[in-house]
Structure formats: C-alpha cells, structure tokens
Design a protein around this ligand. Sequence first.
Ligand code: ZN
Length: 392
Amino acid sequence: MSRKSLSSLLLGLLVLFGALPAEGQWYRRAQPSEPPVGVQAEAAPEAQTPTAPPPPIVLDAHVDSLHRILDRGDDLSETLMDGQVDLNKLRIGGVNVVWFALWVDQDKYKGEAATKRALALYEALQKQVARHNDRLVFCRTSSDVRRAASEGKIAALAGIENGSAINNDLRLISSFHDMGVTRMVITWRGNLAWGAASQSENPKLGLTALGREVIREMNRVGMVVDLSHSSKQTALDALDVSTLPVIFSHSNASAICPHPRNIDDELLQRLKQNGGVVGVNFYDRFVRPARKNILDRRPPTLDNVLDHLDYMVKIAGVDHVGIGSDWDGGIVPVVGLENASHMPSFFEGMRRRGYSEGDIRKIAGENFLRVLEANEQGARKAIDLPPAARSQ
Ligand SMILES: [Zn+2]
C-alpha cells in the first residue's frame, strides 16, 4: 500500500473511531446530514409533552456560546440555525442557570494573550447581561443564582475553560474570582507547564508543585476546581490536594464510552468521597457506546445519554451527578438533545427510568449548586489563612 493511501486509511480509521476530537471548535457548522438545529428548536414544544413542570433549578454546567458571540457578533436573543443555546431556547427548555465557559484555545492564545482572551469573553458575557437584563442576570454566588431563578430570570455564571488563562500567575486566580468567575477547568487540550490534559502527548503526567498551588489557591478563594479535560493523574492529584468539592463539568463514563475525555470508575468513586459532581455531556462522541460492530454507525440518542447518567449514578451516587451539555462547543449533540429547548426530554427520560422528582431536582441543578455553595463557605473559612505562595 502506498504511503498516501496508508495515511488516508489511517485518517479514515481515526474518524471512524472518533479519535479526531472536534469539541471546542465552536465554528464547526452542522453537516448537511445533521439535523437543522434552529428548526428543531421551533418544533420542540409540539414534540414534547412533559408530564410535570420543570425542576425549579435547571443548571447546565457547561455552555460554550461566548465564542460565537465574541467572534461572530452573535446575540443571545437570536435564534440561529447553528446555535444550540439562546435566550429563547433556554426559556422553552426551562434551563434557568447557565455556567458559560470562557474557553481559551492554547494553540491560538499564548502567554498574556490567553489571559486577554478570557477577559474578552468575560466582557462579551457582561455585554449580553447588560443588553438583556430583563431576562439574564450575572451571578457570583449560589444565593445570586437562587434569587435570579425565583425572579423567573436566567442566571449566568462564568467559568474559565483552560488554566492557561492564568499564565502561570497564581495572583490571577483571585483577580478572576473577584470579577465573579466561579470555576476553572484547569486544563484543556495539551499539557500546561503545571498540569497534564487527557488529550495530550503525555497524558500520564499529573500536577506539578505549581499545579498543586493552583488547586490550593482556588480552594482559598472559593473558585470551583473543574477537572473535565484533565489527565487521570492530574485529576487524582487535584482530588488529593483539594479540601473542597470539585467538579467534572462535562464528562461521561469511560466504562460505556472509552474516550479520553470521559472518566473511569476510580475517578467516579473518588468524586463521591470528595462530595463533588460530574455533569453528563451530550456530545455524541463522548456518548457513543463502544461498538460491537464497527459498521454500526447509528447516531447516539438521548437514551444513550441516560445510560451514562444511570451508570454514573450507580457508581458515584445520585448526589454526585448533574448536567454539562457542552452545547455550542463545536459538538454534534445526540439525537433528541439537539439544543437547549430539548432539555425537558432529558427529565422525561429520567421519569421513564423511574427517577423520583427529588432525584431529578438534584441532577437538574441542586447538586452543582451545592458544590458552588460549599466552595463559597470553604473560602469564608479560609479567609484568615495566608494566601498561597505567590509565583510567576
Ligand atoms: Zn470542554
């Protein structure tokens, strides 16, 4: 076989087995074979007949819309064919708390540019809140979130996605937290100087001494440690160091879908001991079960997402699972959860599988809010302790 045909075969196999990740590339447009997102948003209310009102708090712990808002000039009031989250879809879907990601692509933004990119995304969110203050409220705390929800508004939380945004400077953690940034996905794709990612050349590495200081400083200020995208060793190291509950905001069970972005039983058990929460992800590549027949190309569905949910509840417990859709993160969502307007289908699916209304409320948002509150309280307790060693 020629070198050219060998490399195209390899490329084909990588695509076939889902090893070429697209998550995080928001600009990926829907392929012709994919469902037209906007059209389904309009069709959703007729398609769904919820048997119960939505839970009072529906918190999506990972939404990536800010890139298209900043780079393309989109607005959350617009219902776009290639947008999975907007104010209208959130209202239809009953989603009233959104943890927006300030995502930094470390290949594109290096050094100070990474910090500036996170700041620009933060500013884009603030502009949206100012423009739509009748419907959208920026929230810094769990009580802010509850107040916004009780007023019938959508609570907007901000979280960094990629510790490259702090540019190896621990002081930026408290600066971002002072601005109301309430969590940080500590790594993204590719290793940082202080922490390894699950998708990197050497995913066996963990946290360095500086990486451990990052976790301590996040605990000190009450910024939630988010371990989605971390290597397993980084996650284990962070769980060793953290005195407060952590999250995996948007990851599934690798026992069902063995993708490096998903987490195994050991991490789920450690998460339970830590008191943290994992958010089930709707990206088809992180949902698709390991195929017995490689020719089986049926797209994953809502039911496959519920299989991940059931599994993670079985291993970690019902108090330790939530929702982190990954919508607008360049993902192809599973069939049945194409955009935020479809969220009621998720809860209907849970009811069909026998979850109680109390358990649905926990998974819908109470679990993630509990972690946010625990980090706020932990920070208050730590207020008299000296700040972590400052390093550049
Ligand atoms: Zn992500």
